[in-house]
Design a protein around this ligand. Sequence first.
Ligand SMILES: [Zn+2]
Length: 419
Amino acid sequence: MIGSGVVFRTRSWAVLLGVLLPGLLTTAAFAADCPGHPDALGTSRTLVVDPREHPRIGTMQYRETLPLKDHEVVLTFDDGPLPKYSNQVLQILADECIKATFFIIGQQAKANPEGVRKLVAAGHTVGTHTMTHPLTMNRMPIEKAEAEINGGIEWTTAAMTDPSKLAPFFRIPGLMRADAVENLLISRGIQVWSADFPADDWHHISPDRVYQLAIQRLEAKGKGILLLHDIQARTVAALPKIIRDLKARGYRIVHVVPATADRPATPTTPVEWLLHPPTETTPIARWPAVPNFVFTQTATLPAPGLADLNAQTAHQPLLLPRKTMAQSDVAATLPVPGRDLFAIPEGSVEVLLSTTLSRRAATRLAMAAEAPPARKGKAGKVRTGQSAHAAHAAPKHAAQAKTTAPRPTRVATGVKKRA
Ligand SMILES: [Zn+2]
């Protein structure tokens, strides 16, 4: 009962100041409003959002996220209520005067309606998370998806004393999004919540690892929506340390509520719904805008002629590229390369081959290289001028060459083949 009184007083302050003086709020002011817990983190402000204006939020999947300022955090808890752990999460949040958002599973609400009422009584925001938590909403028939959505809403509101306390906020189980599901939710004025970072608390990891992931990922983005689960022992174990560290690092908790007829949305600009909106310090923002020229006349201008260049006929050779005579006998004037250029010492190939091949294989290869080529195709055709030089190379067997003195020369492959 004491807890409830504190909760409502804190909430009324948050709503009032959140609307009127958002820039003047400090964590310290709210921590002081947390009786018995002078060092509490508290809730720094309440953000009122209109689901119809920003229907998809959370940068894990969407372009937009909540319009948070640097070092602002929104805590969210999925899959409850499960008394054993949800009650402990509730107590930890109460001790820190923190307001969070809970996404309820219909079956859990059906089994534990009191758990839903406790969340509402504590001033937390309550959204839904389907009836049975299927991880197939990205591929199930839309009729089935709609039944899941409706079941969750039906049983969660049934558990509430005042059904109007249900926020039109929805998180798809496993974040298994699909356009059809999102469009259905949006058409009903329900905001689709992804998250900005999880802490993997549904995996089999230690509470300390949950704490590390929560802080590391928050630090990487600087602000955002943290996805947790109030049905896990490791989350209960990690939560106090996460909150203590948030406080130590200067983070502030933001409580999100839906806009209603008597509670207008917190004024925001579109760029605030981006995680890192472009600022004045972004270089591209300083580029001057390109002016829009208005053309008064669009007629094509004539191309200038020689007369426009004040050129006399006698001067034309100076202005225009000089005419040249094509030399059609270029080939005849080129020097013929000497035969020594193509000559390699006899035996070189055998020496090279013998380093990697057996002597027998090397000999066989050398014999093949020296064999007269088959006369076929273009390979056998060489212009007359070259054949005169190549004809001097006499084909010899490698073994035979080694015993002959003085050593003849072999001709490089391409030319030798004319022998
Ligand atoms: Zn879930």
